[in-house]
Design a protein around this ligand. Sequence first.
Ligand SMILES: [Zn+2]
Length: 252
Amino acid sequence: MGIVETQAVVLQTYQLADADKIVLCMTEKAGLVRGVARGARRLKSKFGASLEPFTLIHLTFFEKETRELVTIRGAEIIKSYFDAAGNAQAFEGLVYLLELVKEFALPHQADEKLFKMLRACVDFLAQNPSKANAVSAYSELWTLKLTGFLPEFKSCGYCRMSLDETYSGQRHISYEGVLWCQACTEGRAQPLGDDAYKLLSSTRRSGPHQWAQNYAGALEESRRVVSEIARRLVRRALEREPRAGKTSQAQL
Ligand SMILES: [Zn+2]
């Protein structure tokens, strides 16, 4: 409570009254934060161009225990992605990334790893717009991992046999993302080739740059399968969990 200083990525802004803005940020120290920036829409605002989506800022805000909406006291740009957002591919990827974090991050609950993932992916995507598909799948899998929704992808969901890279049989993956060995599958699950398994399981060990290389090096079919699995698991997780911040957004 009180004054908080933290790095943050601006996710979304809304107009409020004539001169003010409501700003939704993913912060390093306080998770999702929704704040009001008084006078931010005036021409000579002290916030300048800092409160624009995708911008990495140094944020100072004041929070009261009883109120969900904080008061933004200051914001300085650390890195602006204004130019990158002009590229259609990068823009689409960035918008999706921000949506993802908005859906999964919890209000006022620090998640430094999720913040770090977001910061790294925004940065990587801005420099490599053509890798937007790789970044989307990567950020989906990591968001699921950090919020406890990513299956282990290590052993058979029934007999517990290890299905790591030394397994020589045919792996299968269920709709829920559970792996099955060749003997247990009983045709309930989709076959998962070695190459796709390798790509999927490398997520836990790679940063966005390394993973984009793994993704580029994988077979086209594996890329498609892994992207599909990631998207499906995100949809399932969101159905199970109410959307973070939904209530407060409806109140605005
Ligand atoms: Zn089994």
